[in-house]
Design a protein around this ligand. Structure first.
Ligand SMILES: Nc1ncnc2c1ncn2[C@@H]1O[C@H](COP(=O)(O)OP(=O)(O)OP(=O)(O)O)[C@@H](O)[C@H]1O
Length: 323
């Protein structure tokens, strides 16, 4: 049986904002509003949804870069949502992140060797000599050469910089890597090279990924399971095969209808979403998707649908399936 690495239980992050002329009225952006998900050891869990739906905030809470407002995060059998600073520092070795913008995330004043080796310094791991050897090894793992360790970020292309970001994330032998839009800043031709590299490294080192992206084709390429987020909640979660072939939630159906299909004989009706995505500081009542849903029923306006298993391993939060 597959082993669980991450379990998020009813995670919430509400950012306080001040309203009114003198900022006297406090209200909240409900960036994440009750997310539960699990990730098995060695798998890639894709997280998709439109901009602002709370993907990054969820990833940052699982990384413990942000403290949750509510909920629990279990990592490798331990609740990490309430650790003190020292315990957090220890756990952080096992959790690493790859960021979207390989241009902004690498310090321009440090050479590549120092950038990749920095997490080892932060965690007090290895002597200087050992670190040097490890950096050279890491450069080779990601398809670069050890002689490039003395160069600076501006000397590399976007794809190479993302490889450097991956090498840095790998340095401390993490168990989980949260990759937040890791290829969206890259040319399409380079994207698949970086995705393939991530898959090769996953096999070699038994890595587990939480892969965040708004791009459904990219998520389809790399994920084993996929969760779809809408306004701070997961509305559907299933294996990649099941969710792409048979999306159940009306929101997922609309998202999927815009993905090009390679086989010209398969025709898919394009579903256009009605209206704009509401603000997470004033989410609609009931199912937050109801104002944009073509299948909206009376119950959807008042009752929040629970995420329930509709088919084996395929969960959806929609009243259509809850009767
Ligand atoms: N520190 C913050 N303070 C206030 N609001 C925030 C903060 N961080 C994020 N938000 C808001 O929370 C919501 C979710 O943001 P988040 O970045 O998690 O979404 P996302 O799905 O990752 O979108 P994107 O792909 O655009 O990054 C957005 O409305 C965002 O403006």
């Amino acid at each position: 049986m597959a082993e669980l690495l991450v379990e998020a239980k009813n995670l919430k992050k509400h950012f306080p904002i001040r309203k009114g002329l003198f900022g006297q009225k406090k209200s909240y952006v409900r960036a994440v509003d009750g997310v539960s998900l699990s990730i098995q050891k060695g798998e890639t869990m894709g997280l998709v949804g439109e901009s602002g739906c709370g993907k990054s905030t969820t990833g940052r809470m699982i990384m413990r870069l942000l403290a949750p407002t509510e909920g629990e995060i279990w990592f490798n059998g331990r609740d990490i949502s309430k650790l003190n600073d020292k315990q957090l520092q220890e756990t952080r070795k096992e959790l690493q992140m790859i960021f979207q913008d390989p241009y902004a995330s690498l310090n321009p004043r440090m050479n590549i060797g120092d950038i990749i080796g920095e997490p080892l310094v932060i965690h007090g791991m290895m002597t200087k000599k050992e670190r040097e050897k490890r950096v050279h090894e890491l450069l080779e793992y990601v398809g670069l050469s050890s002689y490039q360790a003395n160069r600076y970020a501006h000397e590399f292309s976007g794809g190479q910089r993302q490889r450097i970001g991956i090498a840095r994330a790998l340095a401390v032998n993490p168990k989980l890597i949260v990759a937040d839009e890791p290829v969206s800043a890259l040319d399409v031709s380079i994207q698949s090279q970086v995705l393939n590299l991530m898959q090769d490294l996953q096999k070699e080192f038994g890595l587990t990924y939480l892969f965040i992206s708004h791009d459904l084709s990219v998520v389809e390429h790399i994920s084993d399971r996929v969760g779809v987020m809408y306004l701070g909640r997961i509305v559907e979660i299933a294996s990649k095969e099941s969710i792409y072939a048979n999306p159940l939630h009306p929101y997922t159906k609309a998202l999927m209808s815009a993905v090009p299909i390679a086989n010209p004989r398969i025709k898919r009706e394009r579903i256009v979403l009605q209206g704009d995505i509401p603000s997470p500081s004033k989410p609609p009542t009931g199912c937050t998707f109801h104002p944009r849903c073509s299948a909206c029923m009376e119950i959807c306006k008042t009752v929040v649908p629970e995420l329930i298993e509709i088919e084996p391993g395929h969960f959806s939060a929609c009243h259509l399936y809850n009767q």
